[in-house]
Design a protein. Structure first.
Lengths: 367, 367
């Protein structure tokens, strides 16, 4: 199976996994040393895919081969994990990445047990890449919980306890609708939203909800909760693709927040194999810009050394090589300041919903 | 107003705040230097209150007095904050602690502005203590979001958009019901739960929900999400006090998790003034015990130096001076190991719900 066959989120994950194990048997039969090829997952091996508009892995590969003892152990662990996942899918169960790590302690062969959770996490990512199925397809849950939605959307969630129809304004409390670990269990039934506003911090999310921003502007407010979980990125992408909603990402004005935007829009290096499943390349940045810090005289903090390093590394990052980002990042390195989205409160609690966001959204032709 | 008058969660927060400001005027009039007395908030100044069964502040006080420039500035900031909060309550608005910090930048007097957010956070805590109202009564929201509930409970939440009736199994997705920032907006309508199981990690919370533990045993599963937010502790206490549900706290088996249990059961040093509002002294520990590590041969990690220090400091902590805790902590220092709740998966994904928890709950006479 080559990377070109991959169509994430579709197909029978169980069969794809078993096909991998079968491949080892075939390699044995033809007298080849069993091996798996996995794309090298480093910044230098991601490239822009013109067709899909997201960053994907390049051509460089690492090989897990049974030629070495450590390589053979990796493949052994892979087969045990495939066996566990196939059984889990058979029984329609699910488990967390951490449970997988601990479960391996019960496996009969000591050599198949994981040494630490990094190892099992990495293996599951490898299996995603080579099988072309997602972790969600394997029924592996993350530790991180998904965030929340608030806005004019009626959805149906398929739960183990039956279907639930939930309107994300009328049927939820002020906390909003909790995104499940696998948002592909959700079907969108009716949507009156005009756009998505994905928000970094809980404080700002609550401000928008208190000020009724979702009601006044028909906004779907997605809480990112910092670096967004996969479930949050996935549902954001689905809101864009299936409901044709423009997506905006509202963050703090610092390099770490630009990365949050980047992971929504372009995918992350760690999960570049899933960019087509998780990334929303049309997402636009509506976070605090270095030029806003100057224009609105926002309260700031000085850039730390690690902030400066992160900004400089973003200038090198292919995902940020646009005129807009180069200008903003250069400006920020020049003024040596950063600012949080809640710093907009220095102009009053309503400034963000009455002035700042409407102006930015109008400039983007969204309002 | 003395600490004895304090009755948290009741009364008119706005009047209590204005009474504080009035007190400064009175002190001026009688020729006294304006001052505020606040209990010293250190471990050595918390003591066990026999009546309420929780740990509260002792007799030691710190004085914020206008005798010094820095003390005068503290009182100035307090009056500006009181002014802002009184206005916020007038308008039925709310704000986050971080917004308060940034808002102070718009105040006309530079000396009244906060230097950092620690300062504004601390002031709000001081105002809680001396006014006898809670931060929630001031309509101050935290950054941290509350966690989730899943279980046989029908509740009514008073939102800014009207009332919402929500059943925490039938009307929610697999993510559960999102606890709002101020759970006193919730009214319990119908409850079929027999007990509360408050769970530290998301992975374990999801395991219990997947295995239908809440349905099979009529459990209210409260997700603590690590060190629990105030909203989570408050609703846990209300589930105990108003619905008469036994509360159990299910955590990892390490000193940091014992503190999570401690903050649910006895309150925290930082918020000992709110113990009667937040703490559930009847809560029982059902987390991984050092004796479980031995008995079930759980996968472990070695104790780090900071783990050992934390355990030793717990031995000194009045909240942990019971035979049970001394025995468990001594055992843990002896075996030098810790274990996570998800480590129970080493006996299979159903061990925790089929064996471990039922056995513990039976031993506690809850099942």
């Amino acid at each position: 199976m080559s990377a070109d066959d991959i169509n994430y989120g579709e197909g029978d994950a169980r069969e794809r996994l078993l096909a991998l194990a079968e491949q080892f048997y075939e390699q044995f039969e033809t007298g080849d040393v069993p091996q798996l090829q996995v794309p090298t997952r480093t910044k230098s091996n991601i490239e822009y895919d013109e067709d899909s508009d997201v960053w994907v892995y390049g051509d460089r590969h690492s090989t897990r081969s049974a030629k070495t003892v450590s390589g053979a152990q990796k493949l052994l662990k892979a087969t045990y994990t495939i066996d566990f996942l196939a059984q889990q899918l058979d029984e329609d169960r699910s488990s967390t990445l951490r449970e997988l790590y601990y479960l391996s302690e019960s496996w009969d062969l000591d050599e198949a047990q994981f040494n630490d959770q990094d190892e099992s996490n990495q293996l599951v990512e490898d299996l995603e890449i080579v099988s072309g199925a997602t972790r969600e397809d394997f029924h592996m849950r993350p530790e991180e919980s998904g965030a929340t939605l608030m806005g004019p959307l009626l959805l149906r969630e398929q739960t183990r306890r039956g279907e639930r129809e939930i309107h994300c304004q009328e049927d939820v409390g002020e906390g909003g609708y909790q995104i499940p670990n696998n948002p592909d269990q959700i079907e969108f039934l009716e949507c009156d939203a005009d756009f998505v506003l994905a928000v970094e911090t809980g404080g700002m999310r609550d401000r928008l909800v208190e000020n009724g921003f979702d009601e006044e502007h028909n906004a779907m407010v997605v809480h990112l909760k910092g670096q967004p979980a996969r479930a949050t990125r996935r549902i954001t992408k689905r809101l864009h693709d299936e409901l044709d909603l423009p997506v905006t990402v509202f963050t703090d004005g610092d390099p770490w927040s630009y990365r949050i935007y980047g992971s929504v829009a372009y995918g992350s290096i760690k999960s570049a194999h899933l960019s087509e499943y998780l990334a929303t390349p049309q997402a636009r940045f509506i976070g605090v810009q270095p030029e806003d810090i100057v224009e609105y005289d926002l309260p700031t903090d000085p850039l730390s050394d690690s902030d400066i390093n992160a900004l400089e590394s973003e200038l090198e990052d292919p995902r940020f090589q646009t005129d807009y980002w180069e200008e903003q990042i250069e400006l920020q390195l020049d003024i040596e300041k950063k600012s949080e989205q809640q710093a907009l409160a220095s102009h009053g609690l309503d400034f963000v919903t009455d002035t700042y966001l409407p102006e930015r959204l109008e400039a983007m032709d969204i309002l």
